[in-house]
Design a protein around this ligand. Sequence first.
Ligand SMILES: N[C@@H](CCC(=O)N[C@@H](CS)C(=O)NCC(=O)O)C(=O)O
Length: 196
Amino acid sequence: MRLLYSALSPFARKVRIVAHENGFTVAIVLETAAPFADESLRATNPLSQVPVLILDDGEILFDSSVICDHLDAEGGAGLIPAGGAARRRALTLQALADGMGSAAVAVVRERMRADDQRPELIERQLKAIVAGLDLLEAEGFTSDQWAIAEIAVAAQLAYFDARQVLDWRVGRPALSAWFEAASRRESMVVTSVQLA
Ligand SMILES: N[C@@H](CCC(=O)N[C@@H](CS)C(=O)NCC(=O)O)C(=O)O
């Protein structure tokens, strides 16, 4: 299998963590792609977004939640509950984390603009992230649970730090403490990127 990814993408990080937890460390070859600069990515994903997983028979999977679903089904780690309220909760929290990630990517892109930045766009995206963080603080993640919801959230929180999106720890002691412990998990450590 080939995973088209970019090192800092929180969506690709989520997939890499799920791959690691499912024992797919050797079976997946990582290939860097530059979604904003390289139009060739569009041949695999018309949205020109990473991550994209290309299976050995050439089948192409995106987006990150579809890839995670496939890897977890094949690997059997059971990170995605099979059904019922647990599954609905897990997928809803994954969707929340992913949505916060899209908002964060939009903030980062906007801040990169040399001029003509749109403060109202940044403010709206940050509002979504802050509201999501408040929900997650109330959710009360515990260190004994590490499944798709927790993985999706951890990947995004790490991205907020790496890109200095916002100071999300202020007023969120439970989420902060949970994330510190989560960051020490092997699948988080081996998928982390050290910025120069
Ligand atoms: N819903 C997608 C989002 C992926 C995404 O936004 N990836 C970013 C990189 S972090 C990207 O490739 N952006 C390029 C673009 O939107 O043009 C997923 O979960 O995989």
